[in-house]
Ligand binder design. Structure first.
Ligand SMILES: O=C[C@H](O)COP(=O)(O)O
Length: 322
C-alpha cells in the first residue's frame, strides 16, 4: 500500500468535444440511488487489523482545507505543519508509516504564497479555490485572471467553481466553454471542477454537469464548496462516480473525485473509501485520483489512529488544528 509520497496527479484529462447526445442521455434514478446510498453506512465495517491502513489512506487523500475570512499567514503555516506531519510521530511509527502526509493544502488565493512557502521541500501541493469562490458570480475575465494569479503565487492545483445558472438553464455549451477557458488558464496546474451539487436542483443535472466538465477537461470533479446548504452526500457521490466510470469507459481517461464539505468523521471517510473501491476500483484509491475536501476530518482520524495504537482516546481539543 503506497501512502506516503504525495503524488503528481494522474495523466491529465485532455477532454473531448462537447457531445450533447451523451449529455442528454445522462440520467439518474433517484430512488435506486438513494436506496443504495442508504445501505452503505454500517454495511462495510473495516476489519480491525486493516483499520489503521485504511485510516492512513484517508489521511493521504485529504485536501487539508482552511477557507475562513480570518485566515492569516501564521494560521496557514500551522496548518501546513499539520499537513507535513498529520498524525503524532510516535503513532505514525507504530503503524509503520513515518512519512505519511496529507494530499494537499487548500486555501484562498491570498493564502497561496504563505502556504507554498510553508510547504517548500515537502512535495505537498497547494490547491487554491478560485473563480470567485464560492458563488462564482464575479466578472468572467476576473475569474479567469484569478486562476493565473494563483498559479503564479505557487498553486499547482486549482479548484474552480462553475456557474450554476448554466446548469439550471440547461446551457451545456456555456458550461463547456467556461470550463474550457478555466482549464486553459490553469496551464500546467491541475483543475478540479466544483459543481456545487447542493444548488443544481436534480441528480440528473449533477450527472450532466459532471459529464460536461469532464468533456471540457476537468482533471477532478468535486461536489461542493463547503458553503452550500447541502454539501457532499452519498447519493450525489454515487452519481458523480458513475459519471466518472462512464467517461472512463468511453475515453479511457481517469478523472479524479473529490467529495467536499461536511465530512468530519473517520467513519464517514471509510464509507467514502469503500464506495470508491466498489464503484471505481482500487486504482482510484490514491491521492492522484481521490481527495477529501475537509477542514476538520483529520482530527477525528488522528484520534481513531491513536485509539488503534494505544487502545485509548485522547480529548478532541488535543487535535485542534485539524
Ligand atoms: O473544500 C473543502 C470544504 O470547504 C471543507 O468543508 P468543511 O469545512 O465542511 O470540512
Amino acid at each position: 500500500m503506497q501512502h506516503t509520497a504525495p503524488q503528481t496527479l494522474e495523466t491529465r484529462n485532455p477532454g473531448t468535444a462537447l457531445n450533447l447526445d451523451r449529455v442528454m442521455r445522462a440520467a439518474a434514478n433517484r430512488s435506486a440511488i438513494e436506496r443504495r446510498a442508504a445501505s452503505l453506512p454500517g454495511r462495510r465495517s473495516v476489519k480491525k487489523a486493516h483499520q489503521a491502513a485504511w485510516l492512513a489512506r484517508a489521511v493521504s487523500c485529504i485536501d487539508l482545507t482552511t477557507l475562513a475570512g480570518d485566515d492569516t499567514a501564521g494560521r496557514v503555516a500551522r496548518l501546513c505543519g499539520k499537513a507535513r506531519q498529520p498524525v503524532r510521530a510516535d503513532l505514525l511509527e507504530a503503524i509503520g508509516l513515518p512519512d505519511l502526509t496529507v494530499g494537499a493544502v487548500c486555501v484562498y488565493h491570498d493564502m497561496v504564497a504563505p502556504a507554498a512557502s510553508a510547504l517548500r521541500g515537502s512535495g505537498i501541493p497547494v490547491a487554491a479555490v478560485s473563480t470567485g469562490f464560492p458563488a462564482g458570480l464575479s466578472p468572467f475575465h476576473l475569474r479567469v485572471a484569478e486562476i493565473g494569479e494563483s498559479v503564479a503565487a505557487g498553486a499547482s492545483e486549482i479548484d474552480i467553481v462553475i456557474s450554476r445558472r448554466h446548469v439550471l438553464t440547461g446551457d451545456w455549451q456555456a458550461l463547456y466553454d467556461e470550463m474550457r477557458a478555466f482549464r486553459a488558464a490553469c496551464g500546467e496546474a491541475h483543475v478540479k471542477a466544483i459543481l456545487a451539487t447542493g444548488e443544481l436542483g436534480t441528480l440528473r443535472n449533477v450527472a450532466r454537469a459532471s459529464l460536461v466538465c469532464m468533456m471540457a477537461g476537468a482533471d477532478f470533479i468535486k461536489t461542493s464548496t463547503g458553503k452550500e446548504g447541502v454539501n457532499a452526500t452519498l447519493p450525489v457521490s454515487l452519481v458523480m462516480m458513475r459519471a466518472i466510470r462512464d467517461y472512463h469507459d468511453w475515453t479511457g481517461i481517469r478523472v479524479g473525485y473529490k467529495p467536499a464539505g461536511g465530512i468530519s468523521k473517520a467513519k464517514d471517510a471509510l464509507t467514502y473509501l469503500a464506495l470508491v473501491k466498489e464503484e471505481l476500483g482500487d486504482r482510484w484509491l490514491r491521492p492522484d485520483l481521490f481527495r477529501f475536501g475537509a477542514s476538520s476530518l483529520l482530527g477525528d482520524i488522528e484520534r481513531q489512529i491513536e485509539h488503534h495504537v494505544t487502545g485509548a482516546y485522547s480529548a478532541s481539543w488535543r487535535h485542534a488544528l485539524a
